[in-house]
Write a new protein. Structure first.
Length: 235
């Protein structure tokens, strides 16, 4: 067996890639990282310090002062899981704007993501991972219609965050705007690369998405041990 494997899971916002990628990592016994959580956590740190214009020098000085711990889908700061604090759509839009800035991407990639994924087998998910993983062993792209993603996000708002006063139309427009920023940015735009395995999960459950991913991995790397009891076991 090879020493390390890198599996990337790309896709637009609210395509279910984070939950599916986490289950795949659990089934394989691999490490896991949501780059979206990394990008959002530092955007949250900047907002917490009243930074709105996102100038390079002042922002990096603030970012240098923050230490986050990324475990699964949780993000810990000073011992508290702030995943819910960084999960709302407004912050995601701010993060998408920040992700267009080369200094922001470079700082995060060099200081957080690259050291995290070094010398380990890992499932890493995000939007535009070619900067940190130019040659993954398998690259997945999860795609869904905006309507399906907006409904998924609305359910998440109610169940995870207890937010009930947001409309489907508002979320739809926010996701549409974020897609535009991600697809059209100059640096590592969200796109389907050559050889990418595409899974449309607009009409299928997460358990089926995960099983499809694991079947593709098993066919490519039959030497890997897979815990087939994992899909569907995580909330």
């Amino acid at each position: 067996m090879r020493k390390n494997y890198i599996i990337t899971v790309n896709g637009p916002g609210s395509s279910g890639k984070s939950s599916a990628a986490l289950e795949v990592s659990k089934a394989l016994g691999f490490a896991f990282l949501s780059t979206g959580n990394v990008y959002r956590s530092f955007a949250w740190a900047l907002q917490k310090n009243g930074i709105q214009n996102y100038t390079k020098e002042k922002s990096i000085k603030i970012m240098d002062e923050y230490n986050f711990e990324y475990i699964g889908k949780s993000v810990f700061y000073n011992g508290k899981d702030i995943a819910n604090d960084i999960g709302y759509e407004e912050l995601a839009l701010k993060t998408a704007q920040l992700a267009q800035k080369s200094w922001y991407r470079e700082w995060i990639n060099n200081n957080i993501i690259s050291p995290f994924i070094k010398n380990k087998s890992i499932v890493i998910e995000g939007r535009g991972l070619v900067e940190v993983c130019p040659k993954p062993d398998i690259d997945f792209f999860l795609k869904s219609t905006i309507f399906a993603r907006a409904n998924r996000r609305l359910r998440q708002y109610k169940k995870r965050y207890g937010i009930h006063n947001v409309s489907l139309d508002t979320i739809y427009k926010q996701i549409q705007r974020r897609d535009d920023l991600d697809i059209n940015r100059k640096l590592a735009p969200l796109k389907i690369n050559e050889g990418t395995k595409i899974i449309n999960n607009s009409m299928i459950k997460r358990i089926d998405t995960v099983k499809r991913m694991l079947n593709i991995i098993h066919r490519r790397f039959p030497e890997l041990k897979i815990d087939w009891g994992v899909p569907g076991s995580y909330s």
